[in-house]
Design a binder for this molecule. Sequence first.
Ligand SMILES: [Zn+2]
Length: 165
Amino acid sequence: MKYSLLITLIILATSCKGISQEKETSNTQTEVKKEFPITKTEAEWKKQLTDAEFYVLRKAATENPFTSALLAIKKEGTYVCAGCDTPVFKSEHKFDSGTGWPSFDKEIEGNVTYDVDYKIGYKRTEEHCATCGGHLGHVFEDGPSETTGERHCINGVALKFIPSK
Ligand SMILES: [Zn+2]
């Protein structure tokens, strides 16, 4: 009697372990799916970025409108990710949307990737750097109709401007 109870306990213990191992495996798979060519720990990003850059790029915060120095830039050049210097927008695609956030009607193809979020109650297309996964902003479909019709609404703090020579 005692012996069979012991066996039951061993089976229970083993099956619990089996379940927890399965969980670990599926968590790892999710992480692999989200992996970007540049991955850093939160502490490493915090060390590298300013507070504002960290909250926008790594925590998907939104900067206050009309605060970005990039809004006034009309020079030719490239806008790169503030986290990893990947070129994400070109000056020729920048336009004044009047929203207070740097706006573009086109991204540099392949250098940004998209996701859907429901953070403010409705569906939005979230846009992030394809190299480091840093959050850049959102894409809307009310951009200039004479070009692409897209409005890439980007946090200036997520970008750095590199003027053309
Ligand atoms: Zn990046």
